[in-house]
Design a protein around this ligand. Structure first.
Ligand SMILES: C[S@@+](CC[C@H](N)C(=O)[O-])C[C@H]1O[C@@H](n2cnc3c(N)ncnc32)[C@H](O)[C@@H]1O
Length: 184
């Protein structure tokens, strides 16, 4: 568990389509990693190019972080619910984040599965979620929704995360690009 969240956090990305979602699904994974989630389950078309891209990035910039495909996302949600995890589905149709976040934070759980969709989200995702959460009620992006949700959930603490086994890290600078190569 990352210490920036009240419990373990895993993301479930529904409806991945080859080739059109490669970039967006990869970005869902990169946001999940950078903001301190443990890993991402991807449902939809099997696409090893996403796992390869994220694995290469994690090898260079550190982890731990994993990405796995699942053939049965509904069963996966049932399984995590049975284990006592909270299911949070991000959707423009849900309740505003500022209204539900206090209640989400109060419900202490072993973990939280954060579900994001692609074009059409199946009804079961709305029904099985403990919370359907809207980041505003306008349509935008799963990448933006996930980033804002994790930022609010962690109260901005994700910025202090450090990544184990990183070969490289950025040295923040007002201009240009500085990096440091670490001895791994
Ligand atoms: C391209 S959008 C699909 C929008 C679609 N009309 C729907 O069912 O929400 C893909 C995903 O982005 C996320 N998303 C988009 N806008 C959102 C919002 N305002 N609040 C929360 N999540 C959002 C949801 O997870 C959604 O499944």
């Amino acid at each position: 568990m990352s210490d920036v969240y009240p419990c373990s956090v895993i993301v479930l990305r529904l409806g991945h389509r080859v080739p059109r979602d490669k970039r967006v699904t990869t970005h869902v994974c990169l946001v999940a990693r950078a903001f301190g989630a443990q890993g991402v389950f991807i449902a939809g078309d099997y696409d090893p190019s996403v796992t390869e891209t994220v694995a290469k990035l994690t090898e260079k910039w550190g982890g731990p972080f994993w990405v796995e495909f699942t053939a049965s996302p509904e069963k996966l949600v049932d399984c995590y619910k049975q284990k006592g995890w909270l299911i949070v589905h991000l959707t423009m149709y849900g309740l505003p984040i500022h209204e539900v976040l206090p209640s989400i934070k109060q419900r202490r759980r072993t973990g939280m599965l954060v579900v994001v969709g692609a074009e059409k989200v199946p009804l079961w995702a709305f029904e099985k979620a403990d919370y359907n959460v809207a980041i505003g009620n306008q349509p935008h992006s799963e990448v933006a929704a996930l980033a804002i949700f994790l930022d609010r959930l962690s109260e901005g603490r994700w910025v202090n995360l450090s990544f184990k086994g990183a070969k490289i890290r950025v040295v923040p600078t007002p201009r240009g690009k500085r990096v440091e190569y670490l001895g791994h």
